[in-house]
Design a protein around this ligand. Structure first.
Ligand code: ATP
Length: 416
């Protein structure tokens, strides 16, 4: 791509027609108000890279919220964040984020920046890496012109992740994680000076709140190959900032690869469970507390610990279906999937598979009402008998209604 003309035609080629139509509308509405608008961020990077991404970010030299309301088909399609002066517009199956073009200053490391309106050049300067700091004009007089004052295109050509200024990681150390994520996603290299800055400023990650750190981890877990990020992060000494016992090694890479199938993308929590699989119970609790995981994530991590604790039982060829049931009943499906990728034993994997596909659905033939009619009293007795009958069925000891009734009557007779 050498001139503006090419980028305009690339926009037309890469963006779905309905998105392009919306951008034309936005452009006209902005022009009518003497505002200027630009496509910014990851979409520009991806268009230059010849990839496709439809998460559009617009930077508005003007009132972003006003423009969002002007282009939306209905007010219901607009979500506004007055505090940040941003808005999201739903359009067909897509969405577009609009933000007022701004300049940022950081009063203290890790804190959110102080913001004031600024021209597009300032808006690009506040960004993380050169490859993410390009803009495409969507203005009528120069539609498609690429603004690349920081050398994003050159870095894309050379495959480099480069910060925009040497204080970048001090201002916002989450960019360290972003650098590794983009490097591994795009198959790029972190440029040598930026790498030195990561080394120098790694301890600035301590200035970042748990919620922001967890957000970065969540982004990594949604990558196509999170294990690549974990491996590189381990090499750079970054994994240890989450927990000193985490490892991004070959074991983890192989376990993550097993989680993928040609047709299905694993749920991100499966990768999380694999990352934490080899932590001890107390280390998992430290990890959970340090990153303030969501309830669902915490459950997957704790359930994986339960499975680990039962590893020996699950791997035993003598394990009865009822004891596999007791070990796995009520655990999250993501933890079970992770366990199958993490455990070395074929028997354990088979037992988990059979639990998921057959055993978890088995219950006694007699219902609670049947048991009450036979004379079992409501309460703990009833529960115990129902579970006992299920276990006997699971283990193939009894298989018919008659046998269940006989068992219950015998039990009632023997009961003191
Ligand atoms: P992805 O493909 O991962 O969604 P993206 O570039 O769209 O990539 P977002 O996290 O949606 O990533 O951010 C949008 C843009 O905002 C980025 O391209 C970057 O310019 C800027 N940005 C995001 N986070 C930061 C940050 N911590 N510091 C500076 N700029 C950032």
């Amino acid at each position: 791509m050498d001139d503006n003309e090419n980028l305009a035609s690339r926009l037309a080629e890469k963006l779905p027609a309905e998105i392009l139509a919306l951008l034309r509308v936005a452009s006209a509405e902005a022009a009518a108000r003497a505002w200027r608008i630009y496509l910014v961020g990851g979409t520009v990077r991806d268009i230059v890279l010849d990839r496709t991404g439809f998460d559009l970010d617009l930077s508005v030299e003007g009132d972003a919220i006003g423009l969002a309301n002007a282009i939306a088909a209905s007010p219901n399609d607009v979500t506004v964040h007055h505090r940040f002066n941003t808005a999201r517009v739903k359009w067909g199956g897509h969405h577009i984020d609009l933000a007022r073009s701004r300049e940022e200053t950081y009063t203290r490391p890790g804190a959110l920046p102080t913001v004031r309106p600024g021209h597009i050049e300032k808006d690009l300067f506040r960004r993380d890496f050169t490859i993410n700091a390009m803009a495409v004009s969507l203005n009528l007089n120069d539609w498609g012109r690429l603004i690349d004052e920081l050398g994003g295109r050159k870095d894309i050509r050379q495959g480099l992740i480069r910060v925009i200024h040497p204080k970048s990681f001090v201002d916002d150390a989450t960019r360290i994680w972003r650098a590794v994520r983009y490097e591994q996603r795009l198959g790029f290299c972190i440029e040598p000076e930026t790498l030195k800055l990561i080394d120098r400023d790694r301890q600035m990650l301590r200035t970042i709140t748990a919620d922001r750190l967890r957000y970065e981890l969540d982004c990594i877990l949604r990558e196509a190959f999170p294990e690549k990020v974990f491996r590189r992060a381990d090499d750079l000494g970054l994994l240890a900032t989450w927990h000193p016992s985490l490892k991004g090694d070959t074991w983890l890479s192989e376990a993550c690869a097993k989680a993928r199938s040609p047709t299905e993308t694993p749920h991100p929590d499966i990768y999380l469970a694999l990352l934490a699989w080899r932590l001890t119970a107390s280390q998992k609790e430290e990890f959970i507390a340090s990153l303030r995981f969501t309830k669902a994530q915490t459950r997957v991590l704790r359930d994986s610990e339960t499975i680990s604790r039962n590893a020996e039982k699950l791997a035993s060829p003598q394990a009865k279906p009822s004891s596999v049931f007791a070990a796995l009943h009520g655990l999250s499906g993501d933890a079970l999937t992770a366990a199958k990728c993490a455990m070395g034993s074929d028997t354990a994997r088979l037992n988990i598979d059979r639990f998921e596909n057959e055993w978890r659905r088995i219950s006694s033939i007699l219902t609670g009402e049947d048991l009450k009619r036979l004379g079992v009293s409501q309460g703990p007795d009833l529960k115990w008998v129902l579970e006992k009958l299920r276990d006997l069925r699971l283990d193939g000891v009894i298989s018919s209604r008659g046998q269940e009734e006989t068992f219950v009557l015998d039990w009632l007779n023997c009961k003191p």
